[in-house]
Ligand binder design. Sequence first.
Ligand code: CA
Length: 528
Amino acid sequence: MVETRTTTITAPHTIRMNALDNVAIVANDGGLAAGTVLASGLVLVDRVPQGHKVALADLPTGAPVLRYGIPIGHAVRAIPAGSWVHERLLAMPDARGLDDLPMATVAPAPQPPLEGYTFEGYRNADGSVGTRNILAITQTVQCVAGVTDFAVQRIKAELLPGFPNVDDVVALEHSYGCGVAIDAPGAEIPIRTLRNISLNPNFGGEVMVVSLGCEKLQPERLMPAGSIPLIDQRNTDSAANALDVVCLQDDAHVGFMSMVESIMRQATGHLTRLNTRQRVTVPASELVVGVQCGGSDAFSGATANPAVGFCTDLLVRAGASVMFSETTEVRDGIDQLTSRASTPEVARAMVREMAWYDAYLQLGKVDRSANTTPGNKQGGLSNIVEKAMGSIVKSGSAPITGVLAPGEKLTQKGLTYAATPASDFICGTLQLAAGMNLHVFTTGRGTPYGLAAVPVIKVATRTDLARRWHDLMDVNAGTIADGTATIEGVGWELFRLMLEVASGRRKTWAEHWKLHNALVLFNPAPVT
Ligand code: CA
């Protein structure tokens, strides 16, 4: 577990992100009262809550309100200097068109390789590396969830103590598998997501499936021949090569206990093999890190996300894989991203994913502005443009070298845009499918988010949150706003913590308390 550092600042303190900005956010706990004199001499006209914006100059009607050096909106009426610039004073700009974007126009200066960093991980037959040693039981359909869960409880109580090298047993429960239009466009997304999660590096290639029997998503469709590398490599015995499926409707089962014992018997074989896995020293390049944010506030883009962005650059320099995601939270910065793509092909793939998501949202008669939550706004984020600018900084400054569609598996190192919804659980689920072995999650409002399959390192944007949630937050990036730490300092702290957590030497708070959110499959296709 990780201790978070906490200090309190008392002098009026505001944070401006870019020299062009005509607003700054208030950093002080509890906000600042009207009449407060800032260091610049500016006097606050209104009370400004913590994380909210203050106008640094008189803004006439229609003037652009600049944060991160870009317009996050236009003033709907004249706003005097020192005023609280809240969401109702801003008209949001339209989304950037996708037709005339700069494609791979910026080549960030190459950064020196970062060598000599290692962690202790589980090397798999397919070359991937796990950070935990977990038996996962895949399910083809929700119908079997109760039976599988019953069996998992017994496996944990009766079998797991005999396999001390195995960390956990996890049922991959989900709501898909039947009652769905399984051949509709888009249905391949939940199917490949589930397939690829079953192959996550933390599960050691030991795939076992529980099926009902009559469901639409048949085991052979979920895990077609050739999809499991370990089965191909283990031996050539055709019986042993068959997919390990326990089918509840099989005639051989008489009574509930027959099903449970069948699952336990099959699990024993997988546990026996998993138990022989040993941690070995591997280079930091074997990390596959998914970054995301949730419960964001105006500090997210000033403290935690920039620190994560600095750490993303460290990981890329170390040769690791890093994914950033959350389509609606990068849509408004698409020109920054396409220009940073390493090639026009990568830029085009990014545009393809944005266009697909625009169309998906249009089906529901909404756009990317449906993203922001009441908590975001309470935390000072006026709209999705401001939120997106703060979210994108998680991606650091390296060239973007890869793009994944939702549910696809990552096959390359470097910085990848893995297209996912911004929904925390759906994003996490899709990053698991991509092969993530470590998750970094920033939050300003606070969320106890965690996953059963990989460690989740949570980074607080504010010292106040880190203090109150001292046994849920792993890193306090609020020290950056307090002036007691730097973005670089917190970025390095996070990098070193990742290697400790990946090695199993430290547990995250979510692991300590066993806080496990559900797998939530992204299914854009109809249900029936
Ligand atoms: Ca999210």
